[in-house]
Design a protein around this ligand. Structure first.
Ligand SMILES: C[S@@+](CC[C@H](N)C(=O)[O-])C[C@H]1O[C@@H](n2cnc3c(N)ncnc32)[C@H](O)[C@@H]1O
Length: 231
């Protein structure tokens, strides 16, 4: 299938009513299934960070949102988000914050020891756009890139698709792809998989992936670990 224009940017999924940033910071992960999701996301991120073994240095968190995951990163953090409101809502950490888009990061090559991109790519429906973002993450990271995506082969994704149908909605601002498709995105962005973890195998749509710049053939890339088998 051919892709059309790459102008549908994920920022549009975040045209939200006034006050959404406080709702996201104070309630989204503190009620209903939120606390469980938050706990599992932190566990997955800690595991990938331990595996990454990045050199000490400053990390980039993009999109930072209200800084929920920033505190887990092993070093000073620069927070980048497209929303000024949510950047203002960050309580901690107290590092630099910058309004920018993940499509064009205002940093020199290899500026960071590592980069986290958590809960953005499932809002990016076109592979070409995901690749552009992933290539930007790779460009500014000297070391690992950790990113999340929604896996299409999961109970949550099936439930979401069914609910959408029942409500007669054709489109959603969130979408799942397969791990195979995400690996293609990584490769096209010059990255290779190191490890991948679902929050809950086959149940959660949310996966976290640890990647690194693809090495030239013959330089030895080391073992790859996946929390669940490839699809
Ligand atoms: C679901 S929140 C995730 C925030 C945080 N990473 C977390 O896990 O709590 C997604 C964030 O992406 C931001 N965003 C949307 N499009 C963006 C873009 N192109 N570049 C940077 N940030 C973007 C939104 O403003 C929003 O704060």
């Amino acid at each position: 299938m051919t892709e059309r224009s790459t102008d549908r940017r994920p920022e549009r999924a975040f045209e939200r009513p006034p006050g959404w940033e406080l709702e996201y910071r104070d309630r989204r992960f503190r009620s209903g299934s939120g606390p469980g999701t938050d706990r599992r996301e932190r566990r997955a991120l800690r595991a990938l960070l331990a595996r990454a073994g990045a050199r000490p240095g400053t990390w980039l968190d993009v999109p930072s949102g209200a800084g929920r995951m920033s505190e887990l990163l092993p070093g000073p953090v620069v927070a980048v988000d497209h929303s000024l409101e949510i950047l203002r809502a960050i309580r901690a950490p107290r590092g630099p914050r910058l309004r920018a888009t993940a499509f064009e990061l205002p940093f020199a090559d290899a500026s960071f020891a590592g980069v986290l991109c958590h809960r953005l790519l499932h809002h990016v429906p076109l592979a070409g756009d995901r690749v552009r973002i992933l290539a930007e993450l790779r460009r500014v990271s000297e070391g690992p890139v950790i990113a999340s995506f929604f896996h299409a082969v999961s109970l949550q994704n099936a439930r979401r698709a069914l609910a959408r149908r029942l409500r007669g909605k054709r489109r959603s601002s969130r979408g799942g792809i397969t791990l195979r498709a995400f690996l293609r995105d990584l490769a096209a962005a010059g990255l290779e998989l190191v490890a991948a973890r679902p929050l809950l195998p086959f149940v959660s749509e949310q996966w976290l992936v640890l990647a690194r710049p693809r090495r030239a053939a013959g330089t030895g890339s080391g073992p790859v670990d996946q929390g669940a088998k490839r699809d």
